[in-house]
Design a protein around this ligand. Structure first.
Ligand code: ADP
Ligand code: ASP
Ligand code: MG
Length: 477
């Protein structure tokens, strides 16, 4: 445990929030390993656990709902068997007989609810975002119940806690935002009795509830965010995110096998990396802990001896220049032209007004004043909505042809070089251009903010992997 960062004012044992991702709870052996890690750290610290669904379960649930909504009554029955088999296997292998007797009926109840919901979707040929949230976060309910029961079977005092009673959100189903004041109050209240008793809470990641008590989710990969929300609400000393890699790396290891672990990165670097596609962290993970300066560690549950990556207020060993490369593989560039009808400020106001109304994030933005065009990249998932909203917003200009134009350049990737200490280091962009140019990779658009925290390049989606490798190599990461 990194004692030097623990809260000395607490006087008691430090409080650690530990989140375990899907692969870390993916099988009976992995869940046994989680129990071991939790028990080991619970000797010196107060531990609050947050779990994801068992690896692959959330994908299975979502697919089952979508197939049911298309009218397929068979597919979800197969998923039902698989869900029952995977969770039952854990219970069979790791729970005492009395724990099995109490947990198995509760798992069966979840699986029944899954089947009832899917039958309903098949009947009405629809799945609403609201119903999808209840269904897609059932995996967390089951894994939390099992993980707490495993801890009890090993003699620890532990209870599963449904985050619907702790994390209160708006009702933006599928990507809800927490209401912080209520979440703080509910989390403290909801965990008080267990903490007083010295029991280890095992909380469902990913899900919360709206003010009226309806289940919501925090977006795919949202259990990381659940952990920091709970950490911030409890004024935890640290949040540890246990995953399947040794820490945050200089690039996605699936794209660049020679990527290296970064021992330390800053909050701002972590936000930038996750916003631009580094799956290791949900993009909103850092927000709750930033103000309170609570450190977040990324650690490998398959290799706990490795210290991992510390994410904190400022990286001490700030090496100059580029620190990491990330990329968004599925994006599109939209160019809106105001022709001679709209001034550039009017054009920009209309475009961002339209995107803002739909909460559509842009990945990069550039302008050309001479052509009176604004160009920006959006995620593949947002393209349809962005285009429809823009077309509506410029309806009149588009009707009177030649007064405005909206064009889409499809299938681009956004490659982003990130580093807090790029600021004031001349020549970095030039080196990146050179590296791409030597490999014959054409840069379609570039953007760098005045904070110089990152430089983004839009390239053809098919050239993304080469572009990431080229920049990684150029900066000898
Ligand atoms: P979990 O299920 O534990 O939440 P995720 O699959 O969501 O795990 O995130 C971990 C994965 O993120 C790694 O296996 C790795 O493939 C991917 N990844 C992408 N970019 C990076 C990066 N820069 N550093 C580390 N891992 C990365
Ligand atoms: N199980 C959820 C997902 O797969 C949340 C998470 O794992 O963080 O998206
Ligand atoms: Mg994840």
């Amino acid at each position: 445990m990194q004692k030097e960062t623990m809260n000395p004012g607490r006087g008691k044992r430090p409080l650690l929030v530990m989140k375990f991702g899907g692969t870390s709870v993916g099988s009976p052996e992995r869940m046994q390993n989680v129990a071991k890690l939790v028990q080991e750290h619970a000797r010196d610290a107060e531990v609050v656990v947050v779990v994801s669904a068992m690896g692959g379960v959330t994908d299975m649930l979502i697919r089952a709902a979508n197939e049911a909504a298309k009218g397929d009554r068979e597919h979800f029955k197969g998923v039902r068997q698989e869900l029952a088999r995977r969770h039952r296997e854990v219970a069979d292998q790791l729970l005492t007989a009395s724990e099995q007797a109490s947990v198995l009926p509760r798992l069966a109840e979840q699986i029944r609810q899954f089947e009832d919901l899917c039958s309903g979707f098949a009947l009405v040929r629809e799945v609403t975002p609201r119903a999808m949230d209840t269904l897609s976060s059932m995996g967390e309910v089951m894994s939390a119940k099992l993980q707490a029961a495993i801890l009890r079977s090993l003699g620890a005092d532990s209870e599963a806690v449904d985050a619907m009673n702790l994390i209160i959100t708006d009702d933006n189903f599928g990507n809800a935002s927490p209401l912080m004041e209520e979440t703080i109050a509910k989390t403290r209240q909801g965990l008080a009795a267990l903490r007083k008793r010295g029991a280890i809470p095992v909380i469902t990641g990913f899900r919360g509830a709206s003010r009226s008590g309806v289940c919501t989710t925090l977006g795919r990969g949202g259990s990381d965010y659940s952990a920091t929300l709970i950490g911030a609400a409890l004024d935890a000393d640290e949040v540890w995110i246990w995953t399947d890699v040794d820490g945050v790396m200089t690039a996605d290891p699936r794209l660049v096998p020679e990527a290296r672990i970064l021992p330390e990165i800053s909050y701002r670097e972590a936000i930038e990396l996750s916003f631009f596609g580094a799956k290791v962290l949900h993009p909103k993970t850092i927000l709750p802990v930033m103000k309170k300066k609570i450190p977040v560690w990324i650690k490998n549950s398959f290799n706990p001896a490795c210290p991992g990556t510390k994410i904190g207020p400022a990286a001490a060993n700030g090496q100059p220049g580029v620190k990491a490369i990330t990329s968004v593989s599925k994006a599109h560039l939209i160019t809106v032209s105001g022709r001679e009808t709209l001034s550039f400020p009017q054009l920009a106001a209309r475009v961002f007004g339209a995107l803002g109304a739909e909460e559509i994030p842009t990945l990069m933005v550039t302008q050309s004043s001479a052509d009176n065009v604004l160009c920006f990249a959006v995620h593949d998932a947002d393209l349809k909505r962005a285009k429809a909203k823009l077309e509506k917003s410029f309806e009149l200009e588009l009707l009177h042809d030649a007064r405005a134009a909206i064009e889409v350049l499809p299938h681009v990737a956004i490659v982003v070089a990130i580093g807090e200490n790029m600021k004031g280091t001349p020549g970095l962009a030039g080196r990146a251009f050179g590296a791409l140019g030597r490999r014959g990779i054409n840069i379609i658009a570039i953007a760098q903010g005045s904070t110089e925290l990152s430089i983004s390049f839009a390239v053809k989606a098919t050239e993304m992997k080469d572009a990431v490798k080229a920049i990684h190599e150029e900066f000898q990461l």
